[in-house]
Design a protein around this ligand. Structure first.
Ligand code: B12
Ligand code: SF4
Length: 498
């Protein structure tokens, strides 16, 4: 069967497509786990953000898929609908499957009348469900026995029971198939980038995170042999930079240290690695861990700091993952210690902060922004966003703070939630005003690392960063709210991709 798998083109503020175009790990993993007689094409539409309609049309006409699969995050739902309509207009008989976080956690949004075009919804982990679905389609054996699948029967949907998550250590999930990719141009600031996984899941329960509803609280690991083979395969496909997409690689520090050693022993430490981690783990173990990470090639660490105010951390259920320990005792916020370990070992911190929580005041938000200015290399500051079925969403809805139900705005940097003391727009303004200048400060590090790329792209980066602002804004001849309004309308227009 010819199968076309698509990831959505929608991107957001912290990922300007001129410099960050990361492949979607789920699609190549699905491609690597179907029966070998299928022909699978994977197209990451972020690579053709300005040419989505032409590219999808060309792919459907050339490849003639019998089935099209889309991976969808919540803020991409509207784009996904437009792409499905386009595909259906080109090939009315094609089967349409959706999967990923949004179809899994907001399944009801895909079974309504406006989603009449969807045939199957794969909920949760996809590799085995998708493989079984393809077999059932080919053999005509029906879908009732396929766990994790919802399927259309006439004008209604049947929902099979959930599929238990895979333990990952039994070899049941094969390596991703990177040869299935049909578009090119992946980059992380000028270096070809790829994604790999070493584990799935997390045992924490941060109130804003979708992972718990998606998989439950657990931590499953791939073998190091598989991980090293995956990194080699990514490198052989041209990657010089790798994003480790594990939900929380720092849950098991001994294993993380062993992974660093395995990367060094395999000679794969010439690649630049980016990873997401908890401040507590890095603060507590950084003395030994951080030098090892550096030797293994780690360059950027995305730290889930979330907030520096205790009350906010408590609202976010993120206190313990941000608490350091001394002599076995809790010893305050871990963020600064973690950052110091990383900086001392010449790594950069992408600082994840969430501002605009229900009880935030202007002062609390400013305190977080000041912290970011002082300690963080690249700010990744977001606002509370009501993703489907997270505990935070329920809290925010109960308090009547959600100001927008337009899910295309749920990209994390568009404030769609007010707090008790500030409007959503004012919260976003505070972040927008401060963050642009923080990003500029990191340009020098980028110039030193990739001078050629920066010479070619610095103008595009600056233009994107300051879109909406003019000379008048910089000279103080107009209120910054005017520039912010212009930025918001540019951002709104950007959201139409098809
Ligand atoms: C790595 C990652 C990123 C990376 C890389 C993204 C990429 N290109 O792959 C970066 C940093 C770029 C990123 C950015 C964002 N991300 Co992100 N990201 C993740 C993370 C940590 C892991 C995703 C991953 O690769 N997992 C490994 C793969 C194999 O698993 P998977 O994606 O779940 O796919 C499986 C199933 O879902 C299913 N499946 C998926 N798609 C499909 C399609 C079909 C057809 C089928 C059959 C099955 C199927 O099968 C797959 C294999 O089992 C998740 C989860 C988390 N805990 O935080 C968040 C997560 C996906 N991100 C999220 C968000 C919101 C974003 C951002 C909007 C903002 C932000 N919060 O950072 C941006 C937007 C990106 C953009 N396009 O501009 C949310 C999505 C929430 C939602 N309900 O939509 C998550 C869940 C985090 C959260 N807040 O809870 N992200
Ligand atoms: S530690 Fe990270 S992955 Fe785990 S629940 Fe919190 S935000 Fe999600």
């Amino acid at each position: 069967m010819n199968i076309l798998l698509l990831s959505m083109p929608d991107s957001f503020e912290h990922m300007p497509v001129s410099s960050v175009r990361v492949p979607h790990g789920a699609l190549t993993s699905l491609a690597g786990n179907v029966d070998p007689h299928h022909r699978v094409a994977v197209a990451d539409l972020v690579l053709v953000q300005g040419r989505v309609r032409e590219t999808v049309t060309r792919l459907v006409q050339e490849f003639k898929p019998a089935l099209v699969g889309l991976s969808i995050m919540t803020f991409q739902r509207k784009t996904a609908l437009a792409i499905i309509e386009l595909v259906r207009s080109l090939e009315p008989g094609v089967l349409v499957v959706v999967g990923g976080y949004d179809p899994s956690l907001a399944t009801e949004a895909y079974v309504g009348s406006s989603w009449g075009a969807v045939d199957f919804i794969v909920r949760g982990e996809g590799e085995r469900t998708f493989r079984e679905l393809l077999r059932a389609i080919e053999n005509g054996t029906g879908y009732a026995g396929i766990k994790g699948l919802s399927f259309r029967v006439d004008d209604r949907f049947e929902h099979n029971g959930d599929r238990p998550i895979s333990s990952l250590d039994d070899g049941e999930i094969s390596l991703p198939d990177r040869n299935a990719r049909v578009l090119s141009g992946y980059t992380l600031l000028g270096r070809q980038v790829d994604v790999i996984e070493t584990s799935r899941g997390c045992t924490f329960d941060c109130s804003f995170c979708s992972i718990i509803e998606m998989r439950g609280r657990n931590f499953n690991k791939f073998s190091f042999d598989r991980v090293i083979a995956d990194i080699r395969d990514a490198r052989d496909h041209g990657a010089r930079s790798i994003f480790i997409v594990d939900d929380n690689l720092t849950l098991n520090i001994k294993r993380f240290e062993a992974l660093c050693r395995a990367i060094i022993e395999a000679g794969l430490n010439t690649i630049d690695y980016t990873v997401q981690g908890m401040t507590s783990a890095i603060a507590d173990h950084g003395e030994k861990l951080a030098p090892l990470m550096r030797r293994a090639g780690f360059r950027y660490v995305f730290l889930g700091i979330e907030n520096i105010v205790d009350e906010d951390l408590s609202f976010l259920h993120a206190t313990s993952k941000n608490t350091k320990h001394e002599a076995g005792r809790r010893a305050g916020n871990a963020a600064i210690t973690a950052i110091e370990h990383l900086h001392r070992n010449r790594m950069y911190v992408l600082g994840g902060l969430i501002v605009g929580n229900p009880d935030d005041t202007r002062e609390r938000i400013e305190a977080n922004l000041e912290f970011a200015r002082k300690y963080i290399d690249w700010p990744y500051i977001q606002h509370p966003t009501p993703y489907p079925r997270t505990p935070m969403t329920k809290d925010l809805a109960d308090r009547g703070l959600i100001t927008s139900d337009r899910v295309e705005e749920y990209d994390g940097t568009t404030a769609v939630v007010a707090c008790e003391h500030l409007t959503a727009e004012e919260i976003e303004f505070l972040r927008w005003k401060a963050e642009r200048w923080m990003k500029v400060r990191h340009y020098w590090a980028l110039i030193k690392h990739d001078p050629l790329f920066m010479a070619r792209n610095i103008k595009r980066l600056v233009d994107f960063n300051f879109r909406g602002s003019t000379i008048k804004t910089f000279l103080g001849l107009e209120d910054e709210h005017v520039a912010f309004k212009r930025y918001r309308s540019i951002r709104a227009a950007e959201r139409t991709y098809v």
